[in-house]
Design a protein around this ligand. Structure first.
Ligand code: ATP
Ligand code: MG
Length: 418
C-alpha cells in the first residue's frame, strides 16, 4: 500500500456502488479527479468509478442507470440521490487525427486503464478503504507540484492534442509547474491543436479563465504560443501572447468570467472587431459573447470620448446605450487595472452611475402612450426618440423622474422643434 486517505462524504456516499460491484466479483475503484483532489485535500466535484465489469454487467447490477456512453463503456448509476459515472476498464488504440480513439477496447486490468490517462496526477486509483493505487507516481508529482504526462509525452500529445490544453489547465489551476519533458513535447506538438474542435478548445479555455489562476494560464499559453495553433484563427491570440504576464496576475480578483474575458481583451488592447471574431471562432454561447462585447463597447465609447466633451454626458449616454450590467463590469475593470487611462476616474463614474434614477425606458415615469396623449399627437417613431431624450435628462439629474415634469419638458421641446 502506498498511501491511505480518508474518503470525503461524496465518495462515502458512492461506496455502496463500489461494494456492489466488488461483491459480484468485479474489481472497482475510484479514479480521476476525485482521487486527485482527495489526495490534495481539496473538496471533490464528482465521483468517477472504474470497473472490470462490462457495461451490460453494470446495468444488470443496478436497476437505475443511464447508458451515458456505452461505446466508451460509461454507465451513469443513480443511487440514493447521487449519480456516479461507472466506466469499464479500457484501453484506447489508434487515434483518429490526434483527437479521438478509433477503437476502445475493454480490458480486465486496472493498470491498462490508468495507462491511457493523460497526466500522472489524474492516473491514480483509490479503493473503498481509501488506499491509493499509483503506478505512475502521481502522488510524488502532486507533492512536487508537477504536471507530467503518463508515459511518453510525445506520444500522448500526438494521440490526443487536447491534452496539451488540459496540461496547462491543471498546471494553472493548482499553480503547478510542467515537467520538462512534458513541456518540450507540448512545444513540439502545439501545431496539432488545429485538429481539435473549437468547442473543446473553448471549454478548456473557459475553465482556465473561470478558474483559480487565470493569469497563470494566460502566461503559460503565451509562453508556448498554443492559441496561435487553433483550427480557426483567433485574431486576438497574437496580441494576447505579447501582453506582459504581470498585467494578468490578479485577474482572479474579478469575480465573473465575463468580466475576466473583457478585462483580458481590454488590457490586451484587442479591438472590438478582433474580439468579436475571436469569441465567435471560439463558439462562445451568444449570451456570454454579447455580455463580453457590450463591455468592450463601453470601453470603446469611453476611450473615444473627445477631451473637451462633457465627461458626465459621455458616461451617462454610454450607460444608457449599453446598459447597467456592461457599464458596471467596465467600471470593475478600470478600478482593477491601475494602468487604465481612466483608472483615476472610476469613483466619479461610480458616483454618477449610482445617482441615475432611471437607466432604461421602463424605469421612466412616462410611457409612449402617455407622451402621445399629452402632446395630442399620433404615436410613432418620434415617441421612442423623445422618451430617450427625456431619459438622458433624467439620468443626468437635470430633470426629475416624474410624469408631469417629463411631459412638460416634452411639450417645451415639441414647441422649440417646430
Ligand atoms: P475535473 O476536476 O476538472 O473534472 P478530472 O480529472 O475529473 O478533473 P475530467 O475531464 O472529468 O477531469 O476527466 C476524468 C479523468 O479522465 C481524468 O482525471 C483523466 O484520468 C481522464 N481523462 C480525461 N480526459 C482525458 C484525455 N483527453 N486523455 C486522457 N485521459 C483523460
Ligand atoms: Mg471530472
Amino acid at each position: 500500500m502506498e498511501a491511505r486517505f480518508a474518503l470525503p462524504n461524496l465518495m462515502l456516499q458512492a461506496l455502496p456502488v463500489l461494494e456492489a460491484l466488488v461483491q459480484q466479483g468485479f474489481e472497482a475503484v475510484f479514479v480521476g479527479g476525485c482521487v486527485r483532489d482527495t489526495a490534495m485535500g481539496l473538496p471533490i466535484k464528482d465521483v468517477d468509478i472504474a470497473t472490470s465489469a462490462r457495461p451490460e454487467q453494470v446495468m444488470s447490477i443496478f436497476p437505475r442507470c443511464i447508458p451515458t456512453g456505452l461505446q466508451h463503456g460509461t454507465v451513469t448509476v443513480l443511487q440514493h440521490g447521487g449519480s456516479y459515472e461507472v466506466t469499464t476498464f479500457r484501453t484506447e488504440s489508434e487515434y483518429e487525427k490526434h483527437r479521438r480513439p478509433l477503437q476502445v477496447e475493454f480490458i480486465d486490468r486496472l493498470d491498462g486503464d490508468l495507462l491511457r490517462r493523460d497526466l500522472t496526477i489524474n492516473a491514480m486509483a483509490m479503493n473503498a478503504e481509501g488506499e491509493l493505487y499509483d503506478p505512475f507516481r502521481g502522488l510524488s508529482d502532486l507533492k512536487r507540484k508537477t504536471v507530467r504526462c503518463v508515459g511518453d509525452a510525445d506520444a500522448r500529445f500526438q494521440e490526443d492534442a487536447l491534452r496539451m490544453l488540459r496540461t496547462i489547465r491543471f498546471a494553472s489551476q493548482f499553480e503547478f509547474t510542467i515537467a520538462h519533458s512534458t513541456w518540450r513535447a507540448l512545444i513540439k506538438h502545439r501545431g496539432l491543436l488545429r485538429h481539435i474542435a473549437m468547442e473543446r478548445v473553448q471549454a478548456e479555455l473557459d475553465r482556465m479563465i473561470g478558474g483559480a489562476h487565470p493569469g497563470r494560464a494566460l502566461q503559460l499559453l503565451a509562453a508556448c504560443k498554443l492559441l496561435k495553433n487553433t483550427g480557426t484563427v483567433l485574431p486576438a491570440a497574437e496580441k494576447l501572447d505579447q501582453v506582459q504576464s504581470t498585467h494578468y496576475c490578479d485577474l482572479n480578483k474579478l469575480d465573473e468570467p465575463e468580466t475576466r474575458y473583457a478585462a483580458l481583451l481590454i488590457t490586451g488592447g484587442i479591438t472590438l472587431r478582433d474580439a468579436e471574431e475571436t469569441l465567435e471562432a471560439l463558439r462562445l454561447p451568444a449570451r456570454k459573447m454579447n455580455a463580453i462585447l457590450s463591455v468592450l463597447s463601453v470601453q470603446s465609447a469611453m476611450n473615444q470620448q473627445n477631451r473637451n466633451a462633457d465627461l458626465r454626458h459621455v458616461w451617462t449616454s454610454t450607460v444608457l446605450q449599453y446598459g447597467e450590467e456592461a457599464s458596471r463590469r467596465w467600471l470593475t475593470i478600470i478600478a482593477w487595472d491601475n494602468k487604465h487611462s481612466l483608472h483615476h476616474l472610476c469613483n466619479l463614474f461610480d458616483k454618477w452611475l449610482a445617482g441615475m434614477t432611471a437607466i432604461t425606458l421602463k424605469q421612466l415615469k412616462l410611457n409612449g402612450k402617455q407622451l402621445a396623449e399629452g402632446l395630442r399627437m399620433e404615436p410613432g417613431a418620434w415617441t421612442g426618440q423623445l422618451l430617450k431624450r427625456l431619459l438622458l435628462e433624467v439620468a443626468l439629474d437635470k430633470l426629475p423622474n416624474e410624469k408631469d415634469a417629463l411631459l412638460k419638458q416634452a411639450q417645451i421641446w415639441n414647441i422649440e422643434d417646430r
